[in-house]
Design a protein around this ligand. Sequence first.
Ligand code: C5P
Length: 237
Amino acid sequence: MLSRPTGPEGRLIVAIDTPTLARAEALAAQVGPFAGLLKLGLELFCAEGPPALGVLKARAPVFLDVKLHDIPNTVAGAVGSLLARRPDMLTIHAGGGPAMVAAARKAAEAAGPARPMILAVTVLTSMDEAALRATGVPDAAEKQVLRLARMAMESGADGLVCSPREVAAIRAGLGDAPGLVVPGIRPAGSAADDQSRTATPAEAVAAGADWIVVGRPITGAADPAGAARAIVASLAR
Ligand code: C5P
């Protein structure tokens, strides 16, 4: 399993959000040297399937962000099927419950010491409190995030995906145990796009993030490699 980075090197995860393998391959070649991992999400995975993993793995370790959520047996089967492609991080929904999280962890262990980190997603940041109530959750989002985070870690998750706003509360509530992967990052001066509650790379790491996920500020830049290099440099200051 990946070890958690201790310095600026390896903290940057670049989200390769594109539907075509050709574009993904070009981006991975440009930013791979500066990325701790490359994130392969649903857009590319649904378009190109598991071979996309191999294309990104040729450049850097891969964070496979497909947020698995099904009955434990099915999730275990999906994790087992993915192991052949050697993802380094893999997301599941904590909302699948303790047995599902445990099944994902157990299935991942079949890969031995090189197994993927199992990361749990708690409350999607697109869910506001009205949306939570509509799904039967009366509590504030932060309370639900902490409840799911604690349950996921107790059930065998290696870490969590969370927003910059949640990092400090998770560290306060759960300590150093979870590996924390944090999207919603915007370097100072770059466009927010559709992200509303952002932090800079350095702010997120100072709050307790182990890894930061950055997409469009890098992939949409005229010089993606330069943008990635500048983010890593900003963590060293
Ligand atoms: O382009 P941008 O930097 O906003 O990309 C961030 C990546 O992290 C995207 O792949 C997005 O789906 C993902 N993500 C996020 N916010 C979350 C969870 C995942 O932006 N709460």
